[in-house]
Design a protein around this ligand. Structure first.
Ligand code: UD1
Length: 384
């Protein structure tokens, strides 16, 4: 499976998953691979997109579909029509989709139905899904639908943890398609940690190592309904009574906080020279990748509804409470530092996460910084 390989990214959590494949193909110097970076443009603000390409040392995407925001159907449809043209023009041998965003499912669908043959015998690229087999079993999550679609259609399924294969075989996917390679997101983390430590973000905002908590919040289930968002912010305020909790604001969350009139619950960062607040929720604009890594590594604890951050905190050994009822990444709970918030007080869950991080937690198998190399080696091996 060599030749021209389209590496598809659409939204913020995708970039750290394609970067290790780009590095492995370029650094391996294997001329049989011609990687092409395709950005669908699902995320487009500098701080949701280009800043990450810079931090990861990726070139600008070779192709950007510029689809922008929209309803699920509108966004998915725009990606599909745009990506169809890309496939017809580029005629790739392999298409790699990663993660579980709308662009992942959209590009998987188009790839699995394209015909590049034109002579009566269908010819289509090999479809590869990286981070296959994660399941929350919550079909109300748009990401769960995207995962099921991408996995069902893919020819090759690369998994980040052992339990993913069982999820896939239970859905009827043949074992021969599945390969456990470890977690490419942790490749990016390991590669960028030293640069993150030097990025100066914490100094700029006046926060001390272990002197603050870090929170991210963007799931529709947490931020789209006024009463739910109010309840979540109240629970966070209790935790932030003793120490500041830094809250980088996703555009969706910022908009909902303003629309629901909840703005007074989130302080903005004190102006430079005034020092950071001593307590309370402190809203800041979305962080770049290096800023986020530095903040995550230095935080006393993390509260999040993100998928990737559950994995990154486990790799870093930082206590993490996931502000959701379920997780598609159970290995971060059974082995790592992650605890699901549950119905009880947030402080109890945080106590449990702190105890895990203090002893007993470990980094899951093959989260060792070499998943990208294993994926590229597996693709090369499968070639005639
Ligand atoms: C998407 C992914 C989610 C991922 C998240 C990470 C899907 C279904 N969801 O959710 O899995 O965890 O990205 O951030 O694919 N916006 C901007 N600038 C941007 C991008 C978005 O202002 O660069 C605003 C727009 O108002 C948009 C809203 O954010 O309507 C939501 O963006 P969207 O891509 O639809 O979903 P996310 O919540 O970001």
């Amino acid at each position: 499976m060599t030749g021209k390989v389209l590496l598809v990214a659409g939204a913020r959590p995708n970039y750290m998953k394609i970067a290790p494949l780009w590095w492995a193909m370029r650094e391996r110097g294997d001329e049989r691979f011609v990687p092409v970076l395709v950005h669908t443009g699902q995320h487009y603000d500098d701080r949701m997109s280009a800043a990450f390409f810079r931090d990861l040392g990726l070139p600008e995407p070779h192709i950007n579909l510029g689809v922008g925001s929209g309803s699920h159907a509108a966004q998915t449809a725009k990606v599909m029509t745009g990506f169809e043209q890309v496939l017809l023009a580029e005629r790739p041998d392999v298409v790699v989709v990663v993660g579980d965003v709308n662009s992942t499912a959209a590009c998987a669908l188009v790839t699995s139905k394209i015909d590049l043959g034109g002579n009566g015998r269908p010819v289509r690229p090999v479809l590869v899904h990286v981070e296959a087999g994660l399941r929350s079993r919550d079909r109300d999550m748009p990401e769960e639908v995207n995962r099921v679609v991408a996995d069902a259609l893919s020819d090759v399924l690369f998994t980040t943890c052992r339990d993913a294969a069982d999820n896939l075989t239970r859905e009827g996917l043949p074992r021969e398609r599945i390969r456990f390679v470890g977690n490419p997101m942790i490749d990016s983390l390991r590669r960028c940690l030293a640069a993150a430590d030097r990025c100066g973000f914490l100094e700029r905002v006046g926060l001390q190592e272990r002197g603050f908590g870090l929170c991210t919040l963007h799931r529709p289930s947490n931020v789209d309904h006024p009463e739910v968002l109010e309840r979540v912010l109240d629970a966070l305020a209790e935790i932030a009574a003793d120490a500041p909790v830094l809250l980088p604001l996703h555009p969706r969350t910022r908009e909902r906080i303003a629309r629901f009139g909840l703005g007074e619950r989130v302080a903005s960062l004190a102006r430079p020279g005034r020092g950071a607040p001593k307590r309370g929720l402190v809203g800041v604009e979305p962080l770049s990748y290096l800023e986020m890594l530095q903040a995550m590594r230095a935080a006393a604890f993390v509260l999040t509804d993100s998928g990737g951050i559950q994995e990154e905190t486990t790799a870093l050994g930082v206590p993490c409470v996931t502000l959701r009822e379920n997780t598609e990444r159970p290995v971060t709970v059974t082995e790592g530092t992650n605890v699901l918030a549950g119905p009880g007080p947030l402080a109890d869950a945080l106590g449990a996460a702190r105890r895990k991080a203090a002893g007993g937690a470990r980094v899951p198998e093959l989260w060792d910084g070499h998943a990208g190399e294993r994926i590229v080696a597996a693709l090369a091996e499968a070639s005639p």
